[in-house]
Design a protein around this ligand. Structure first.
Ligand SMILES: Nc1ncnc2c1ncn2[C@@H]1O[C@H](COP(=O)(O)OP(=O)(O)OP(=O)(O)O)[C@@H](O)[C@H]1O
Length: 351
């Protein structure tokens, strides 16, 4: 262990370790600062370009304490760029972002001290075994770190005697996740946390995110798996082409988002007034279909022939259907089944 020991001392002194995996020692914040009503993260009109490529354009969102908040978007949507701005690894061209009241551009050291973060490609010391790396990192935290880390490593079934360099992508991901969560940070930021994990560990890990939120901790995760987001997120921001297209709680999505399909009298009849904000409208001959958010209707819709409608049907959309409505296309590798569907599913024939 002497080589590890020397390096550990050196790294603690230089603070260099925090560049890729960072953690909180400020446990008091969970009870002391975080409540279920205030925002842990604030992002205000953030834009970022790489040459001609617009990675983020005017992104604003707030992440309340005690929630699992998902950034959902396809590859290249801008999720990692936003996370890197939040963690201070990149500066926005415009706008501002803060975490726990600290500006992300100027206070990244303080922020990284107080959060847990796993990047999409975590850097781990290749020549260490899981116990060595855990012991190395534990120097930054209180004595609870090591037992929790051991528990996680065991739960994830990471081979203790194998060096990081000989591990599979999934095993490395498990080590990074264990390192990021073992000190129990008040905010955990995870970029594509389940990529490379087998379904069993993925499930365990997602459940632990929900448990964290139930204990008042906040989790921001990026994902392009709609099923995963539906399962664990309290709130979702749909990111597409560098813009946040929709931010909504999953409860509001169920409660206030609807699909209305209607058969009109003829193809040219005007659409009737709809009780909410139209996310998308498609028509095919006499058939019309709207995806509507901010649904204001308490009971059934009452359309009749005077509205030019022959027949209509109201249902609750899946998150995937909402995603397609706001982005105009599905997430490419997604074959998601609905878990939001169908508490409301009314069909009406008129006349
Ligand atoms: N350092 C960089 N230099 C040039 N272009 C970049 C850089 N970082 C990101 N981009 C571009 O910005 C856009 C957003 O990328 P970003 O990595 O934020 O997307 P993402 O939603 O995280 O995608 P993924 O799910 O694939 O990780 C992409 O078009 C990407 O090519």
């Amino acid at each position: 262990m002497s080589e590890v020991n020397a390096m550990r001392r050196e790294t603690i002194e230089s603070d260099q370790y925090r560049d890729e995996v960072s953690h909180s020692t400020d446990r008091g914040g969970v009870e002391g600062n975080a409540s279920h009503t205030h925002d842990i993260i604030r992002v205000d009109r953030v834009s970022k370009r790489f040459g001609n490529k617009v990675a983020l354009h005017g992104v604003s969102l707030n992440v309340p304490a005690g929630k699992v908040f998902a950034l959902l978007g396809e590859n290249g949507a801008g999720k990692t760029t936003l996370i890197r701005i939040l963690t201070g690894f990149q500066k926005p061209d415009d706008g501002s972002a803060s975490i726990l009241g600290h500006d992300c551009g100027n206070n990244s050291e303080e922020i990284r001290r107080r959060i847990g973060y796993v990047s999409d490609a975590p850097a781990l010391y290749e020549w260490m075994t899981p116990p060595e790396i855990g012991w190395f990192v534990s120097a930054f935290y209180d004595e609870g770190f090591i037992p929790r880390y051991r528990e996680l490593i065991e739960e994830f079934q990471v081979p203790a005697g194998t060096k990081i360099k000989s591990m599979s992508k999934g095993q490395r991901a498990k080590v990074a996740l264990a390192l990021a969560t073992a000190h129990d940070p008040e905010l955990l930021i995870l970029d594509e946390p389940t990529s490379g994990l087998d379904p069993m560990v993925r499930r365990q890990f997602l459940e632990s995110m929900v448990d964290r939120a139930a204990e008042g901790r906040t989790v921001l995760l990026s994902s392009h798996h709609i099923n995963e987001v539906e399962r664990v997120a309290d709130m979702v921001a749909i990111v597409h082409g560098g813009e946040v297209k929709l931010v909504q709680s999953m409860a509001d999505l169920k409660e206030h988002t609807r699909i209305v399909t209607a058969t009109m009298d003829d193809a040219h009849v005007e659409s009737p007034d709809l009780p909410g904000r139209v996310l998308s409208e498609t028509s095919n001959g006499r058939q019309r279909r709207w995806v509507i958010t901010d649904w204001q209707h308490a009971g059934d819709l009452h359309w009749d022939e005077s509205h030019g409608v022959r027949q209509f049907h109201v249902s609750v959309p899946t998150l995937e259907e909402v995603f397609i409505a706001v982005c105009g296309q599905p997430i490419s590798d997604e074959r998601s089944a609905s878990s939001l569907r169908p508490e409301v599913n009314h069909g009406h024939s008129i006349g």
